[in-house]
Ligand binder design. Sequence first.
Ligand code: FAD
Length: 302
Amino acid sequence: MKIQDICNLAEQNNCKVMYNKMLKEYTSFKIGGVCPAIIEVNSSDSLSSLVKACVDNGIKYLVIGKGSNMLCDDKGFGGIVFHIGNDFSEIKLHDSGVIEVEAGCSLIKLCKFALDNSLTGLEFAYGIPGTVGGAIYMNAGAYGGEIKDVLQSAEFLDLTGKIGTYSIDEMNLSYRRSIFQSNNYIITKGFFKLEKGIKADIESKMTDLMNRRKNKQPLEYPNAGSTFKRPEGQFAGKLIQDCGLKGYSFGGAMVSEKHSGFVINYDNATCEDVKQVIEHVQKTVVDKTGYFLDCEVKIIPY
Ligand SMILES: Cc1cc2nc3c(=O)[nH]c(=O)nc-3n(C[C@H](O)[C@H](O)[C@H](O)COP(=O)(O)OP(=O)(O)OC[C@H]3O[C@@H](n4cnc5c(N)ncnc54)[C@H](O)[C@@H]3O)c2cc1C
């Protein structure tokens, strides 16, 4: 089986397939070269047969949600891209109060669903521009909350395409880490347990947090959020600023002048431009302060 055969199988499963697409169209950094095929995932069952076919035939694949935490190669990606997005984004509220949501649902839509049902706990996530799958993978968090606090369990596909479920304790969620980063299983659903709340209070917290983002973050330029993880007891942005790196640029990539924790694509940056800025920041900060800034953004090789 070759890439085209996987695409044919996807089409038989009613998945849309896009050929020779630029990954820059699928990432918030607006960086990334061509990939031979992007498959719009539409169900766990179809994804299961596609993953199995890829593994059995040695065809590499990449899973992408909103592409808001990745830096893709200028050459693109030399395999199949599974896009887990709108075609796999159903949300259900169970009588128990648990929200069951498919991995392609955006966090924004999930937060609005919680609001509509007067459920509190997810307000922190309003404004994180990822999908449910990407947020579980990254244990995304902000303003004192993280996915770990509200997730009850998650459904996944293992490398043979078999469906399984992890309870919250089995996912090893910690600061921007999850078990999925080491076992490469694909998250297909999340089950969230929220508390009953007061709708007006939930809404005002969501609005407040969204406004704080708009004021602090360089949303006018393509970026992938905080480029670096917070070292224990420190803030990456402050360390970078204190080292005089605010506004440092290479090619079309720059340390944001609005928020030093963000590397932005201010003028048609390439992946190499961003990597140069990242490496320069890491070297300067470690030399001057002793803190190594681990990259939060996932760098995706060709
Ligand atoms: C302006 C801006 C602000 C941001 N603010 C925050 C913030 O406050 N807090 C925060 O934590 N993050 C933040 N981020 C980063 C990003 O939005 C989060 O990490 C988000 O959870 C990524 O979701 P995604 O769907 O975009 O994942 P992607 O970028 O598509 O993927 C990220 C990684 O997850 C993997 N992945 C994606 N979906 C799945 C799946 N279903 N199964 C298995 N693996 C999968 C991918 O292969 C990749 O390795 C911000 C980003 C931007 C651009």
